[in-house]
Design a protein around this ligand. Sequence first.
Ligand SMILES: NC(=O)c1ccc[n+]([C@@H]2O[C@H](COP(=O)([O-])OP(=O)(O)OC[C@H]3O[C@@H](n4cnc5c(N)ncnc54)[C@H](OP(=O)(O)O)[C@@H]3O)[C@@H](O)[C@H]2O)c1
Length: 286
Amino acid sequence: MDELELLNGVKIPIIGYGTWLIKNKDATNCVKMAIEAGYTHIDTAQAYGNEEGVGKAIRECGKDRSELFVTTKVAAELKTYKKAKKSIDESLKKLDIGYIDLVLIHCPQPWLLFRGKRRFFKENIEVWKALEEAYKEGKVKAIGVSNFLIDDLENIMNNCEIKPMVNQVLCHIGNTPSDVIKFCQENDIVVEAYSPIAHGAALKNEAIIEMAKKYNVSVAQLCIQYTLQLNTVSLPKASSKEHIEDNIKVNFGISDEDMISLIKLNEIDYGKDAFWPVFNKKNKAN
Ligand SMILES: NC(=O)c1ccc[n+]([C@@H]2O[C@H](COP(=O)([O-])OP(=O)(O)OC[C@H]3O[C@@H](n4cnc5c(N)ncnc54)[C@H](OP(=O)(O)O)[C@@H]3O)[C@@H](O)[C@H]2O)c1
């Protein structure tokens, strides 16, 4: 699997297996299936409630720990140094895989206040200190953030010792946060594209379906390749073996012309999933 290099030299595989909404009891099987299919990068979070199941798969899959890259995220609601520090130690215990490759602040604001007026700048500096400490202690190999806007990033960059190495953001055909991506890439912050298939909504979008036909690939593969060509790490989630395997077999290129037309595509209907804060149109970053 190809990799990108983080600011501190740590290598991150460019496709990661997303585990949001995979129940703890199913996570071990799903993650083992993903590793069997060739994934070496797994994305979980405290909020997903499946760190134990993910960790069990990592321990039992037969791969050396050093061959795998595991990310977790400090829950969005934990906005003090003490709570964040305790939660990282809990994640280490639940995962039980020795160390964590990457820990992110899941969101600059608690989900109920997502993209609201209150920005939690002071609080995120505190939380970041807990991540810095875990990094210095060797408990985690890299640290970063998620859902951060440019001023959220500047807040950490201007007031803390270590720069975020990663920003994980909503990025898929139909929602490309170009300004945030540009800012991150200019500042050597690796961007991870979450929900690269638009949480499934891309599968029903006519323009995307047509473009996938043109390249003779599945819609999911087109979506994943799109995020890779933006030089972001792609984090598709799938629960069936067929989808898991499909998503890692991306082996084609999208022409510059088609990339431009896909970047411009700005309408996607999340349908019944629009209730999630990250898919709510009024919370959009771009
Ligand atoms: N940091 C954050 O705030 C944040 C927020 C959201 C997501 N994430 C991360 O990003 C990951 C991915 O995002 P996501 O879970 O929202 O969704 P996604 O990867 O954009 O899409 C997943 C959906 O696409 C379907 N699918 C996947 N591969 C397919 C294929 N080859 N053919 C047909 N259908 C396919 C899945 O179906 P099946 O499950 O039936 O296979 C599922 O319904 C998450 O799991 C999580 O790790 C992070």
